[in-house]
Design a binder for this molecule. Sequence first.
Ligand code: ADP
Ligand code: ZN
Ligand code: ZN
Length: 719
Amino acid sequence: MFVEVVLPIPIDRPFTYRGTAEIGARVVVPFRKRTLTGYAVAVHDRAPAFPVRDVIEVRDRVADERVLALTRWVADHYLCSWGEAIAAAIPAAIRRHKTSGTIEMASPGAEIRPRTERQRILLDLLRAARAPLPVHDLLARAEASRDTLHRLVKAGAVRIARVPAPDVDALADAYVEAPKDITLTPEQRAAIETIGRAAGGERPTTVLLHGVTGSGKTEVYLQAIRRAVDAGRQAIVLVPEIALTPQTVARFRSRFPRVAVLHSVLTDADRAAQWRAARAGDVDVIVGARSAVFAPCRRLGIVIVDEEHETTYKQDNNPRYHARDVAIRRAELEGAAVVLGSATPSLESLHRARSGEYRLARLPYRIGRREMPAIRIIDMARERIETKRFPLISRALEADYKAAVARGEQVILFLNRRGYLTYIACRRCEWVFRCKRCDVGMTYHKDRDRCECHQCGSLQPLPPLCLECGMGPLNRLGLGTERIEEELKEKFPDFAVRRMDSDAMRTRRDYREALTGLWEGDTDVIVGTQMIAKGLDVPNVTVVGVVSADTAFHLPDFRAAERTFQLITQVAGRAGRGPKGGTVVVQTFNPTHYAITCAARYDFDGFAEREAAARRDLGYPPFTSLIRVIVSGTKEARVRETAQRLAEKLRPELPELLVQRLGPAPAPIFRIKGRYRMAMLLKASDAEPARTALRKVMPGFSTPPGVSVAVDVDPVSMV
Ligand code: ADP
Ligand code: ZN
Ligand code: ZN
């Protein structure tokens, strides 16, 4: 017998070995001078015409037919190898075959009347779960002690068994959402109907759920999932990593006892355990970031992609897949429904909904017809002239948050840039303090008293004088969250100010504490980056300030306007979620830009129309598909030469009328981590001919030592 094995290397073809294995099993094989672990994709008895080597070892089966079909599509679409795609679909701990220990699981025993309130809660939870729960998880959720549990075990009300490998989320969070009495709004009912129809047909279709912030999208997800689970099927909920907060998770937990959470902060062993639980059918709902799209459910009924426009759904290393698009493909293969939810759908999804490829459901109002908070635009150029200063915070914003804090309400100030100084340059000569390995300026972080490169993370002390001429004093400019925090603390020493950015939030505990402070009203003002733009639902937040709406405009990206619009809308959505209402102040140097004026009016359609017209003119998505090729390496001349040579090789293979080639040209950030980068962009209304050309040229294309080529299909970052 012979096995066809695909390997996690960038060669997209199977290799033949003598031996046998189940399809989808991991197999250890010799490859050139190495030993690699690959995946069996076919077994047959036709001896090949060339000599073959033996399989060294056959291990467990990690991929079923569905995973194989889906990963084959990923390889075809994103131009990676099948082996690389399978490896991306399986957690590292499973790939490396680590086994975890045993765990205690509790299940209901005899019907017995609880003696205490705690006992009652514990038994209710266990019965509601309709399946065994891990003991530590159960105790955390019931806030009960081991003694309480042991008394119930003695009385026969609960049974405990030790089983191999933990099954359900090991990171049980203390947050439990209080059950609410919910009567769906007519719009929510209509949306659920639309999803039901889309899911019910012979070939389920995708639904785009376009709902303003606070319109009850999550409630729609929950009820759509309820239907699927009641029908005996499983659900995958994809959320952007930064929205994977205890608050989000708690909402799913409180409705569905058997929830697995795939966090990036999980240990490998935990991840593996969750994965096994999903595969064994022990969970109904899997909530996770990007890679959860590959969760091994066997009865998938529905996939939810929350905040579908988010760029974090795109993986930025090989395989460069987009979880939303993989979700749609997976649902197609498995007959499941897909719901893409957003307050600011991507132009790609909107275009598909308008063209009839997706169904569209809209939630145009907030729950309770609560008003959207008014958004005021502050022209910072004018503010400078009028105040004769360079204020970080305008008079209008300051007045608003002072008043809010005085009333006992809370404030969020948003700035998508961390650090203290973001521009350090000599006053005498041309010198700018830049990273040694990247073409970007260093950012000074006051809390660590270090300058950091935000591309590669390298650290440098803040130089006292210019490092070039040795004489010039330094200009210290630019603003980041740390400076806003400091200014607030100096001006208003009585305010409880807290910063939430990736510097201040290093652990889940920091995060939880910050959220608790916000929830319980101990924090008056939160200063934060995009970390706080999503998902926070705190009714007492009445004022939101966008300190600079212009950060995305500086990016060399055709999606800059879209990002700006999305960010303002998302951040504004944190205000006025309670009965007190709210206001939003947006500070900008581009007060007439349509991304800003439309966002301030909540005019999504107006924005989408302007933006679509611009994209159509320039030939950008959704009207074309893009493939970006990046050639990089440490020697500039070699990189330039290789990029040129690749372009020459591709030229005869690219049908001129169908595919437009731009570049190779230096990427906007030419050097990152010491590697020079040349970019080439292929644009086409149908990317297939470009893929064909790359498939033909890439395997035989040799690169000099230290130079590599990355192919990014449907890129989201143009840096
Ligand atoms: P979105 O996901 O669109 O931001 P949510 O689903 O979080 O909106 O809903 C906002 C708030 O309104 C939540 O606190 C939610 O529990 C509540 N909610 C949602 N639907 C209803 C409803 N039909 N009746 C009452 N409250 C609701
Ligand atoms: Zn100088
Ligand atoms: Zn750097």
